[in-house]
Ligand binder design. Sequence first.
Ligand code: ZN
Length: 189
Amino acid sequence: MNRLLQRPLNSNNIVVCEIFFAYLIFQTHNIEKTHFQFEFEAYEKIEKLPEQDQKLLKEAIQTAKKAYAPYSLFNVGAAVLLENNQIVTGNNQENAAYPSGLCAERVALFYANANFPDQKVTSIAIVALKNDELIDHVVTPCGSCRQAMLETEIRFNSPIRIIMGGKNGFWVVPKAQYMLPLSFTGDSL
Ligand SMILES: [Zn+2]
């Protein structure tokens, strides 16, 4: 079982996200429980974020406007910041055969990894637009994109900050690992 709780912690825009996993270990009548939690930053306005994050979000917004999303009309943009300060962008590419399309995050991330294989990915900003405007809630990446971000994080042994935005606020999660607990990795093979 798991459950997700979010609550304001203090005035520094820190939110604690607690995900509890209960492992049931049946050893006669013993039940063992453990849990996982992480902190991320929450901001009401884009101006409150560090300048570099603002820049990355703005790149993501511009890129989202160029998405190919004729079916969902849900334009997603992602901007990846590399260690050399280069920014690589991507947007969702849909297809009439739906699974043939790809999310913005992976378009950007795979382009970065393909063309700059020696450059660590340090951050990724993600936004979604409807009718050319940011959607209300903070957009979060799908499971497959989280898996791809985690792989990149492990590949470079360096955390990737995930910056997500919406009209009502912005969240910054310090590493992809936090967004995919109990993940499947190369160590599992
Ligand atoms: Zn995705």
